[in-house]
Design a protein around this ligand. Sequence first.
Ligand code: EPZ
Length: 429
Amino acid sequence: MDRIKITGGERLNGTICVSGAKNATLPLMIASLLSDQTLTLDNVPQLADVNILERLLRHHGVDTAHDGRRPGQDLENGDTLHLSAKNIVDTTAPYELVSKMRASFWVLGPLVARCHRARVSLPGGCAIGTRPVDLYLMVLEKLGAKLDLEDGYVVAEAPGGLVGNRISFPFVSVGATHTALMAAVLARGETVLENAACEPEVQDLGECLIKMGAKIDGLGTPTVTIQGVESLGRARHSVLPDRIETGTYAMAVAMTGGNVLLRGARADLLDAVIPVLKQAGVDLKIENDGIRVTRNGARIQPVKVDTQPYPGFPTDLQAQLMALMTVADGVSEIRETIFENRFMHVQELARFGADISLSGDQATINGVEELTGAPVMATDLRASVSLVIAGLAAEGDTFINRIYHIDRGFERIEQKLSQVGAKIERLAD
Ligand code: EPZ
């Protein structure tokens, strides 16, 4: 299994190109199931999760083709992916494919909407919490599907097609909102979503569906109205830049010091993150082609942050912020309100010499002067990258094991970081 070796202590200087967002790419790819015509996605990142989902979509009968980057082409150009679901040949999403990635479960909504039936394996457990699927099932039931649970599979049937309804979410769920959007666009009549997720990735999906011919109002607000249409057509859409990757590299620069342009980054997607970094003493400037992150001299200042649904501080940047706060000049507090067990990185950060105590959903971080490199283990995607950030600033060598977690969501991380001066390499075992 590959490992990453980092020799810490180098300042980062130069340019990092931000990739297309993983968490927008996945639902956008799934949206291809809704139409018998081609959906073309630009700015698609090369990630393990994209490959996993592509396999599942091909299993359903989707033809996929990549216009990859040509040799010598810059990292800032993502792939173009053509997805053509002319014929859905299989409405079963098998355990072997769904268990590899939770977002695979999202095929349920579009399959039922278009084929009026689907059999989708329940997703497996996950290191960041129990993550049930009750809201997804509630969405389909509200839209008139009959649901059964058979041998670990959800079987959904709506022989006459789905019918629009009012769906009020008890709390914000990104995946349940994706499911509702993709199911309701082909349902008969009007669907109103209340307390819908406002995440930019949900908006990106909605905008792509509109290009395909869907009728959706209120995207990016908690109340979204969808008028069902008979069918959807061909469309071309460019995936929005990855705000989590942007925030991650901004925190890396904050940790090591230096001056890096995050090319292609959109500051408007990071409204809750930028003030936190500024409070920590990081300089962020919006430029024509991205965000410039600079930190010189003074130590990081402590912060107090709660994770929240968008537009609040994202849970997907919680681990990275915690890594940064391990070297702050004082005590920071971070509360995780979205997932109940998203602190797997705490014990690994302790291996660098970090001083963190946990009480329920709250972490208290006593900043230390310096971290020391250590062998550590990646546990989930964002936790893993927090170890990379810590390793970049730590004195000496860090070895990160189980890096397949990082490859799920960070495109060519070692290449991007070494281009700005980090000493980071992948060791094949
Ligand atoms: C999406 O997951 C993201 N995944 C996650 O990113 C992200 O952390 C999360 O949204 C929150 O922003 C993708 O986009 C592929 P939720 P999702 O439904 O949709 C509970 C990463 O690292 N819940 O908004 O699965 C759930 O357990 C990943 O890139 C139910 O109780 O998250 C959680 O506590 C990790 N019942 C809360 O809702 C349900 O039926 C919010 O989860 C569904 C969710």
